[in-house]
Design a protein around this ligand. Structure first.
Ligand code: 3PG
Length: 343
């Protein structure tokens, strides 16, 4: 590990990554890495510019001479990946709305109230995992709500690669220090799970906890449909879809898209409306078109991110459709490698 100092913070990056980057630039030892934003950095060297993903911001001059504690924060150079998809510059993005929750079952407005899955929701999450079991996942993002986190963890029990999803804790210095992993090999067998409140369900304000049918009886079907599905009209003291998009899509662009650019395959487990706002961005839907977009609970949607574009690759709109995704060539190669290497 190399300890680095920067104008803003002290960070640590993997010596092995430095060696890879230095070797790439034929300048063993010293390289300069400039963080251009949270998540992406630029290494300048004799052989030009090298993009790499960083977890901290600031300017660092890394050297392989010093050593420090291993840190769960790793500099993941895009060159470090040995997967065919990185060369083909194509990665998978999976979106899953959580499985049925206890308040979905009771037909209550849920929003940011933190309720768990029903037994049916657990089964939906496991079925979702079966559908994506051959699709690569390097990072998982969930909301801060348990129904989305349960869905992600249950789905990953079905993944054939059997990597261990590990919820990252950096809510305090102690949480970060106490959750460190000291084995590089164990780390390689894990998938970081980042819980972000920005991916929470839209906050339904004074409708939270009310029965949807009773609310329609009281305020009228049209008014409730307008609160639930319009783009810019919020429920009483709640968020409109537009307000939800302002946090969810901003988080996607600032935190998740850089990971996709760095060759990471990502799964997002979130909610009906926070995902509707993200799909509106991915599919470039108008505020009119998004009104009719409905997401079933626990049905994974697959996108391929390639050359800066998001291509939807088949996504069953409801439980009835077979979980058939239009596999790209590199996804088929990944699946073939699993077939060849797994018992
Ligand atoms: O928050 C809720 O009640 C549901 O998760 C989504 O509700 P909606 O489909 O009525 O927006």
């Amino acid at each position: 590990m190399a300890t680095t100092t920067s104008h803003h913070l002290v960070g640590t990056i993997q010596t092995s990554e430095i060696n890879k980057i230095s070797a790439f630039h034929n300048r063993p030892g010293r390289i300069s890495v400039k963080f251009i934003s949270e998540g992406i950095g630029i290494v300048t060297g004799r052989r030009g510019v090298h993009h790499c993903s960083l977890q901290k911001s600031g300017l660092i001059h890394a050297s392989t001479s010093q050593s420090s504690l291993v840190d769960p924060v790793q500099l993941q150079s895009t060159k470090s990946g040995n997967d065919s998809r990185k060369k083909s510059n194509e990665v998978a993005l999976i979106l899953i709305r959580h499985g049925e929750s206890l308040w979905n079952e009771k037909n209550l407005f849920t929003g940011c109230v933190d309720v768990p899955l029903t037994e049916k929701g657990v089964e939906e999450a496991i079925e979702a995992g079966r559908r994506i079991s051959n699709i690569p996942v390097d990072m998982i993002y969930t909301s801060a709500l348990i129904r989305a986190q349960m869905t992600a963890m249950l789905a990953m029990t079905q993944h054939r690669r059997k990597k261990v999803p590990i919820v990252m804790h950096d809510e305090s210095e102690r949480a970060k220090a106490w959750s460190q992993i000291y084995s590089a090999e164990t780390k390689k067998q894990s998938i970081p799970v980042i819980a972000a409140w920005q991916l929470n369900e839209r906050m339904y304000g004074e409708l939270q906890g009310l029965n949807k049918q009773e609310t329609a009886d009281r305020f009228g079907k049209e008014q409730v449909h307008e609160w639930r599905r319009s783009y810019d009209i919020p429920p009483p003291n709640g968020e409109s879809l537009e307000m939800c998009a302002e946090r969810a899509v901003a988080y996607f662009k600032e935190q998740i898209e850089p990971q996709l650019l760095n060759g990471k395959n990502v799964m997002i487990s979130a909610h009906g409306n926070s995902l509707r706002s993200i799909i509106m961005y991915l599919d470039r839907l108008t505020s009119q078109e998004v009104i009719s977009l409905e997401l079933s609970t626990g049905i994974p949607m697959l996108y391929i991110f390639k050359e800066g574009k998001f291509i939807r690759r088949g996504s069953p709109v409801g439980p009835s459709e077979a979980g058939v995704y239009a596999y790209t060539r590199s996804l088929a190669l990944y699946r073939q490698k699993l077939d060849e290497t797994l018992p």
